[in-house]
Design a protein around this ligand. Structure first.
Ligand SMILES: CCCCCCCCCCCCC/C=C/[C@@H](O)[C@H](COP(=O)(O)O)NC(=O)CCCCC
Ligand code: ADP
Ligand code: CA
Length: 582
């Protein structure tokens, strides 16, 4: 079917020349002397819906069914998104045609163009709402802002309001997912992490792969993930969309945007595996998370409070870090570039990560203990005392840090950035932290190193861990109720009210030294790992970055400044089109 169409259409008493070229739909106001006035140009891929009649969706959906009218809903960019990223809003235009036949022609052509140009639009979604995430507004956000948009776009959603932690993960691991195009979480990074673990685990199960084996090349997940932000940090949303805004995210889902994402698998010696996309952090960030769990009642502010408490406790930790550098010719964490929508580094990586003929065989021929091959390069090893050791697969930008932990990191290049902050005086470390809140380079400090890597190993120098665990053993039989409560609140993936009755698990043992440090003012020598907001039950780890393992309903950050600066609205839309075509 030829998707092109051109005719006169009316909006009120104004005449427009409307043109559908297949890729774009544009309408130009024409004056009485047939001169062109203002043009609006919308990529077909950004049309959210086409309806017969004059349709409103707010305050609730209403249709005035006139047989010569139709309504087009589309993505409209708005300037309120701060300096990075753009807010998306639902634009609406109601056209009148000269005849019903013409109206039917327009709706048919537009719908056919949508199908052709955005084939990943979801029809059926599985939605998990965490009613306790962030400011506890997940349900309200979904029902008032998102559900009406999904309905308009003809998406049917199966909604589950979670009743316990890990319910979403377990559902994805075990239940029938037939018929769903994607999975959506309404919550924060912890909720996203549940979906990530569920989908990756399910995909490997179905492919017959052992996900616990760091040598295995994991299978990319077939279902897309959508994030409706309703959490505390919402880093994954911020770093992949550029703004934390439920309507913007819902529109990205509706139009079937697709953003591949690197994932870091984190393995311990006893073959447990966790996944991280944003922050895998030992030292400061681990301590902040552990401290913050005691103050969950504060909501998102718990991180600011805990950040201050942990900063004042002035800790550093011994560690041995080994890393496998990525190819320095491809990109560098200090190259001052930013991964934006249509990023060329990520596009080139797709070719490299998924060469046509290859079976994408194992990147690593050997197991845990011999994790290197000659072709993958040489491991580098460093040892000393660190304020923090962080690994991030993306920039990890968020409201607290608009450019992120590693501003030049890429969402989908198959690498992560390893940030080593050596022990330094308190003011130096404060300077490092403070630079995250501005455009100043946090890596331009003598005690900071950043490396673009494919894999990392971390351990505590021998003697320390054992010594620490002996201390834990002593504490575990002797800690009083106050201390026990402090230890208990560490697990964010367990239901907190039941923790007091639970036996001492390995997770809690790992967190004990840190917590007792805070409660009893005894300085611990081992920290914990913060893995996208979850405390890991192990310290010694091996991490491997899996390029583009999952896909989100997103497109990366649109360059808001560039678009806002363009003088013409058409120019703004043109940039968006170019980005969407790249
Ligand atoms: C003097 C000013 C200091 C400012 C320091 C700013 C550094 C901020 C970097 C934040 C990176 C955040 C990476 C994302 C982490 C999330 O996965 C995790 C869980 O989020 P959620 O599920 O929404 O609760 N959030 C954190 O670990 C919070 C870290 C806050 C550190 C201050
Ligand atoms: N119904 C529930 N009750 C308790 N915890 C839950 C529930 N649903 C999800 N969770 C857990 O809550 C944690 C925090 O959720 P999240 O949505 O990320 O909010 P926040 O950003 O405020 O931390 C997640 O790790 C998730 O596993
Ligand atoms: Ca990356």
């Amino acid at each position: 079917m030829d998707l092109g169409l051109e005719s006169s259409l009316w909006v009120g008493n104004k005449r427009y020349r409307a043109v559908l070229t297949g890729w774009h739909f544009k309408w130009t106001e024409v004056d009485k002397k047939n001169r062109d006035k203002k043009t609006v140009l919308v990529p077909v891929a950004e049309v959210a819906g086409v309806e017969e009649g004059r349709v409103e969706i707010l305050p609730q959906k209403s249709v005035e069914d006139t047989d010569k009218d139709f309504t087009v809903f589309y993505v409209k960019r708005s300037s309120g998104g701060g300096s990075y990223g753009l807010l998306w809003r639902l634009g609406r235009i109601q056209f009148s045609c000269a005849s019903r036949v013409l109206r039917d022609q327009w709706t048919k052509h537009l719908r056919a163009a949508l199908k052709t140009h955005s084939p990943l639009r979801p029809h059926r979604l599985l939605v998990f709402i965490n009613p306790f995430g962030g400011k506890k507004k997940g349900r309200q956000i979904y029902h008032s802002l998102v559900a009406p948009l999904f309905e308009l776009a003809g998406i049917s959603s199966h909604v589950i309001v979670t009743e316990r932690a890990n319910q979403a993960r377990d559902h994805l691991l075990k239940k029938d997912l037939t018929g769903f195009d994607g999975v959506v979480c309404v919550g924060g990074d912890g909720m996203f992490s549940e979906l990530l673990h569920g989908l990756i685990g399910r995909t490997q199960q179905e492919a017959g792969l052992c996900e616990n084996d760091p040598a295995v090349a994991l299978q990319p997940c077939p279902l897309h993930i959508g994030i409706i932000p309703a959490g505390s940090t919402d880093c994954v949303c911020f770093a992949t969309v550029g703004v934390v805004d439920p309507v913007t995210s819902a529109l990205h889902i509706i139009i079937g945007d697709s953003q591949p994402l690197d994932v870091c698998s984190v393995h311990d010696v006893s073959a447990q595996v966790r996944y991280s996309v944003s922050l895998l952090g030992y030292g400061f960030y681990g301590d902040v998370l552990a401290e913050s769990e005691k103050h969950r009642w504060m909501g998102p502010l718990r991180y600011d409070y805990s950040g201050a408490v942990v900063y004042l406790s002035n800790r550093s930790y011994s560690g041995i870090v080994q890393y496998l550098p990525a190819d320095p010719l491809l990109s560098s964490p200090r190259d001052k570039t930013r991964c934006l929508a249509g990023c060329s580094v990520c596009s080139r990586s797709t070719e490299r990560l998924f060469p046509h003929s290859s079976d994408s065989g194992s990147l690593y021929s050997s197991h845990f203990s011999q994790f290197s091959t000659d072709s993958e390069g040489e491991w580098v090893s460093v040892e000393g005392r660190f304020r923090c050791v962080s690994l991030t697969c993306m920039s990890s930008s968020c409201a607290r840090s608009p450019l992120g932990l590693s501003p030049s990191a890429h969402l989908a290049d198959g690498t992560g950035d390893l940030i080593l902050v050596w022990d330094t005086h308190p003011l130096g470390f404060l300077k490092f932290l403070y630079r995250h809140t501005s455009t100043q380079d946090q890596f331009d400090l003598p005690f900071v190193e950043v490396h673009r890597v494919k894999a990392v190993r971390f351990s505590v120098p021998s003697g320390r861990e054992e010594q620490e665990y002996e201390e834990i053993g002593g504490f575990s039989s002797e800690i009083d109720e106050g201390q026990r409560e402090c230890v208990d609140t560490v697990s964010r993936n367990g239901s907190q009210q039941h923790l007091a009755q639970r036996a001492m698990t390995s997770e809690r043992k790992a967190a004990t030294p840190f917590l007792c440090g805070l409660c009893c003012k005894k300085s611990p020598s081992v920290s914990v790992w913060n893995c996208d907001g979850e405390i890991l039950p192990f310290t010694k780890i091996v991490c491997k970055i899996h390029g583009q393992l999952v896909r989100l309903y997103a497109r990366g950050i649109e360059d808001g400044a560039a678009i806002r600066n363009s003088e013409e609205r058409d120019e703004c839309q043109r940039i968006c089109i170019l980005n969407s075509l790249k």
